[in-house]
Design a protein around this ligand. Structure first.
Ligand SMILES: Cc1ncc(COP(=O)(O)O)c(C=O)c1O
Length: 466
């Protein structure tokens, strides 16, 4: 695939990236900002539209990070911006604890309409994914009168104290922040790529189901479980879909014991997988679903939506907060839902996914270090390894790929328990030209990263030794 850097409207590089103004702003950020709130790149953005951001040095970059999956509808979509402007002139804040405004009610109604499940539903609005997860736990405990929460290895549910307790990947997220809440039980997650050599996927999933059943004796009894909380496609862990057989077993255990099944669709929801939600595609309807990220088209808003009788378990005054369901965030979310729930938008997202997958498969075919492409629909990641056979993770290569891509005008970010995956979270309405431009840069970046690390760039027939 060739790339025409002069293509109208595409990537435009006018300085090194990150450029001097970006670096100066990054230095000011370092001086005044706590280092714990770190960043993946030193790019400073001045404005953005669609799939492109323009940095403070005048470079136009293709954004395949999309605010970490917040921008299914792209940057500054016209309808969202117009709705924000109109709302800002009418009502910026009231506080839903004080009174009611129409966009708040309309958003609740829309969420209830679009959430999976042919049963009466209700919703509650929050500000962030983590807050939605905390709220789902509160509701589940209030409904069941039980305490235990079951989560999975590789899971990411947020950075507040309760959600950190639920989150995996200790070194990056949790180190030094304990103690974490009790009554959280973490079970293994079937990562098909890392199954034992010689074992089929079906055999491995069966083994995982057996381990799950055993954990319901050895670790916690299902009758003590308030909720099983799972990402239908694990996000931070590197875009691992839950195997349907495993998901179905979780549903069975929850049904048999009266526990709730909570689908954390903060990253996988709102069209990211080519359908509105990922869980139903994997054969499961959750009792509660958490959503955030692309729900707000860039505005901070989140929700829990699910079975009405469960949602009503929390006492009046027990849920929400000062900013929850802010009017500006509500109108942005209503616009985002209108766009994303449109079948034509979702069909385009699936087409983008197919084109991206084909390009990533070419990467895997070209380089032994590109181990696997996986995901669901356009929610796609590539896992990089030092050796195809041992699958030893190759995080150094991935870090270098992100740097080389950025230099060439493509923003991509990492994922994976071992930080050895590149995940793609672009707007879902990319044009074919934008998909191809991104893929071409990614291919160049992988080749350049291999060269930088002193690895021969060769076709797949050989093995690597690093
Ligand atoms: C699956 C999942 N749950 C929860 C969260 C936390 O969301 P937030 O960063 O908005 O608190 C994230 C964020 O990446 C996520 O991917």
């Amino acid at each position: 695939m060739t790339r025409d850097p002069a293509a109208a409207g595409g990537i435009r590089i006018v300085t090194e990236v990150p450029g001097p103004r970006s670096r100066a702003l990054a230095a000011r950020r370092d001086a005044a900002g706590a280092r714990g709130a770190a960043r993946l790149t030193d790019v400073a953005v001045e404005h953005a539209h669609g799939a492109y951001v323009t940095d403070v040095d005048g470079n136009r970059l293709l954004d395949f990070a999309g605010g970490i999956g917040m921008l299914a509808v792209g940057h500054t979509p016209d309808g969202v911006v117009a709705a924000l402007k109109a709302q800002a002139e009418r009502l910026v804040h009231l506080c839903a604890i004080v009174g009611t405004y129409e966009p708040y009610v309309r958003l609740l109604e829309r969420l209830v309409e679009i959430a999976p499940g042919a049963f009466p539903k209700k919703a509650v609005l929050l500000n962030s994914g983590a807050e939605a997860l905390e709220t789902a736990v509160k509701i589940a405990r209030a409904h069941t009168g039980r305490q235990a929460i079951v989560v999975f290895e590789g899971g990411y549910h947020g950075r507040t104290n309760l959600t950190l307790g639920m989150t995996s990947k200790y070194g990056l997220f949790k180190k030094g922040f304990g103690p974490f809440a009790s009554e959280i039980y973490r079970l293994p997650f079937p990562d098909l790529y890392r199954r034992p050599a010689g074992m089929s996927e079906a055999e491995y999933v069966e083994l995982a189901v057996q381990a799950l059943d055993k954990a319901m004796v050895a670790q916690v009894d299902p009758s003590a479980v308030a909720a099983f909380v799972i990402e239908p496609v694990q996000g931070e862990a590197g875009f691992l879909p839950v195997p349907p057989r495993f998901f179905a077993r979780l549903r069975e255990i929850a049904d048999a014991s009266g526990a709730l099944l909570v689908a954390d669709e903060v990253q996988s929801g709102m069209g990211r997988t080519g359908q509105l939600w990922a869980a139903p595609q994997l054969g499961v309807v959750p009792d509660l679903l958490t959503t955030a990220k692309s729900l707000g088209a860039g505005m901070p808003i989140a929700a829990v939506v699910g079975r009405a009788e469960v949602m009503d378990a929390a006492h009046p005054g027990g849920l929400g907060g000062t900013y929850s369901g802010n009017p500006l965030a509500c109108v942005a979310a209503l616009e985002a839902i209108d766009r994303i729930a449109d079948e034509a938008f979702l069909a385009r997202a699936r087409a983008v996914g197919e084109r991206l997958r084909a390009g990533l498969e070419r990467l895997v075919a070209s380089y032994p270090q590109a181990g696997e492409v996986r995901g669901l629909g356009p929610m796609l990641a590539v896992e990089f390894v030092k050796d195809e056979r041992t699958k030893e993770p190759f995080p150094e290569l991935v870090l270098e790929v992100t740097k080389q891509a950025l230099k060439r005008g493509l923003i991509v970010i990492r994922a994976g328990l071992y930080s050895n995956c590149i995940r793609l979270l672009p707007p879902l309405n990319l044009t074919d030209a934008e998909v191809d431009e991104g893929l071409a840069v990614l291919h160049e970046a992988v080749a350049a990263a291999l060269a930088t690390l002193g690895l021969p760039e060769h076709a797949k027939e050989g093995t690597t030794s690093v």
